[in-house]
Design a protein around this ligand. Structure first.
Ligand code: 2P0
Length: 330
């Protein structure tokens, strides 16, 4: 029997967001994005090639995967097989510590772990840049979870004729900045509209999309400078304006995509109260109602308490910078 190859990857939260693709098939973003990989909510994925088996077997959180969920994984395996020149099917067992599809970046940790485990199982010797390109084909944000700490995903870098080669992630060294990111899970259920559908609709119909995308260039340059200075207030202000802008593009789509719920807004009010009380705290939201708040580690417990009071019944988790995707030895 072929050996198991197990990889662990963590979600990342973008401080400058990706939203919208220029190539849906190759999964190439329109805009560069910059994120922090977390130390919570890992995905653990095991891949084993199964010579002689007619189909892939995919297990997701202990249950047989079906439909779209299974298809995205088997299509990803097809890409790995084509790259490796090997036809064998595989078994995949993937477990998420985070609710899947709730805007908590489960596809980022999921495809980063799958890329690392499947590349090892099929004998592909890929450097981290190549692994990030591979993970991107599963989900663009997954390219960033190949790396720990802060990472940038380029929409287009270099002048290779092949667009796939020009879109990859790389680490952003940030020596003196180690914030907390406090996550309020106000709703752990799957989102009503997938990111894929939502971003397509936004690009196609929102008059605010391209102004936001263009502003992202400034946001990214400002964010890099703020990270270098270790300036939490500047990092937070840029992350907030970029995230609110992204949600504005969605609200202006036709029909509107609205991920923010009353509980989201209650938590955002809590963040404003914290700032009024002199606690630096800044919010970001992704394709879901949950809120992530950047703050100093020393303030994280107070921030977490405020978020919990703002949205009674929500789960609050304090995250820090986390590691890149890696094979688990043993
Ligand atoms: C991000 N999000 O930069 C942005 C911000 C959500 C909001 O990347 O279609 O699961 O698989 O590339 O990566 C969520 O979208 O979408 C996402 P696909 P993905 O983190």
């Amino acid at each position: 029997m072929a050996p198991d190859h197990t990889a662990v990857a963590h979600p990342n939260i973008a401080l400058v967001k990706y939203w919208g693709k220029r190539d849906e098939k190759l999964v190439i973003p329109n805009v560069d994005s910059l994120s922090m990989t977390l130390d919570v909510f890992p995905t653990v994925t095991t891949v084993r090639v199964t010579p002689g088996e007619p189909t892939d077997t995919v297990t997701f959180d202990g249950a047989t995967a079906e439909g779209e969920q299974r298809l995205r994984i088997t299509e990803f395996l097809d890409l790995v097989r084509k790259t490796a020149g090997r036809p064998e099917r595989a078994t995949v067992d993937t477990r998420n510590a985070v609710p899947t599809g709730a805007g908590l970046a489960s596809s980022a940790s999921g495809f980063a772990a799958l890329a690392v485990a499947a590349a090892a199982a099929y004998g592909l010797d890929l450097d981290p840049t190549a692994l990030s390109r591979l993970a991107r084909r599963g989900s663009a944000s997954a390219a960033r979870s190949i790396f720990g700490d802060f990472a940038i995903l380029y929409a287009r870098r270099g002048d290779a004729a092949d667009a796939d080669l020009n879109s990859y992630a790389e680490p952003v060294p940030v020596p003196d900045f180690d914030p907390a990111l406090v996550i309020a899970v106000v709703n752990a259920g799957p989102k009503a509209v997938s990111s894929r559908t939502a971003m397509r609709r936004t690009v196609e119909t929102s008059p605010l999309y391209w102004p936001w995308a263009r502003a992202g260039t400034t946001d990214l340059a400002d964010m890099r400078a703020a990270l270098n200075r270790g300036d939490l207030d500047a990092v937070g202000e840029i992350a907030e304006r970029n995230a609110f802008g992204m949600h504005a593009t969605m609200l202006a789509a036709r029909p509107a995509v609205r991920y923010l719920s009353p509980a989201t807004v209650a938590v955002l009010d809590g963040v404003l109260r914290l700032r009024a009380d002199g606690v630096p705290a800044y919010a970001t939201m992704d394709a879901g109602p949950n809120v992530k708040v950047l703050c100093h580690p020393a303030d994280a417990a107070r921030v977490a308490a405020t978020m919990g009071e703002a949205a009674p019944g929500c789960t609050v988790v304090i995250a820090r910078r986390g590691p890149g995707a890696a094979l688990r030895s043993g």
